[in-house]
Design a protein around this ligand. Structure first.
Ligand SMILES: *Cc1c(COP(=O)(O)O)cnc(C)c1O
Length: 232
């Protein structure tokens, strides 16, 4: 698995460079290794290299791999979540990145009450309004914040976005900047269960730009494990 180590070294080097530019340190940034479609044997191997957080986009993959991962890691659900599947991951994941509706938030709250935990979530925004992507626009977002403020067992920890793929990652910069603006704006709110700690944005193609614009969680798959094979 030498290639994973090399890839990780390169990613960490890039994180360092981006941090230097904006007077941050790599410790400020959480690197999530996105393990979707990756076999548990390879994931376990990669955990030797100080990976602390892994991200999956499908509930089924979390369920299948959960007991096969040999080291304690934080689990992130980063993909679209259907309400009827909340029950399968409510006791497994540390942070749900993809909350984009009141009905989903309600279901998470209900299932969290059921097992007596408070679930940390991020709200997914869609700044560029690209049709194929999930996430809320600003108006829907304000309404959702208000309803979640009344839910007892959910804690909003920040925001997440997925920028469209651009050949030139500079094209995504305005999206990350806009996210940071909303993040800062929301920092001073009156709700006990709504905190702006995490700004999850940036993937293999654009994490450097995302860090420069204020991301403190990045989600990198291809850049660590190589191109995904969806045929299996
Ligand atoms: C797959 C995925 C990633 C990682 O994408 P890469 O381009 O492989 O780094 C990040 N975030 C989400 C939500 C994803 O589904």
């Amino acid at each position: 698995m030498e290639y994973i180590k090399e890839n990780l070294d390169r990613v960490r080097e890039n994180i360092k460079k981006a941090c230097d530019k904006v007077n941050k340190t790599p410790e400020d940034i959480t690197l999530i290794a996105v393990t979707k479609t990756i076999d548990e044997s390879i994931i376990n191997e990669s955990l030797k290299y100080d990976i602390t957080d892994i991200g999956e986009n499908k509930v089924q993959e979390v369920q299948r791999k959960y007991d096969l991962i040999t080291k304690p890691v934080k689990w992130h659900l980063i993909g679209h979540l259907q309400r009827n599947k909340v029950k399968y991951i409510i006791d497994k994941v540390d942070l749900i990145h993809s909350v984009d509706s009141e009905r989903l938030a309600e279901e998470i709250n209900k299932k969290a009450i059921g097992i007596d935990r408070t679930m940390d979530i991020l709200i997914q925004l869609n700044i560029s309004r690209e049709e194929t992507k999930f996430g809320l626009d600003r108006k829907e977002f304000d309404a959702l914040i208000l309803s979640i403020s009344k839910m007892s067992n959910i804690r909003v920890r920040g925001l997440m976005t997925m920028a469209p793929y651009y050949e030139n990652p500079e094209d995504a910069r305005w999206i990350f900047r806009k996210m940071k603006e909303i993040f800062e704006e929301l920092k001073n709110n009156d709700y006990n269960n709504i905190k702006m700690d995490y700004l999850s944005m940036g993937m293999t193609n654009d994490y450097v730009v995302a860090i420069e614009e204020g991301a403190n969680i990045i989600r990198v798959g291809t850049g660590i494990y190589g191109a995904r094979d969806y045929s299996k």
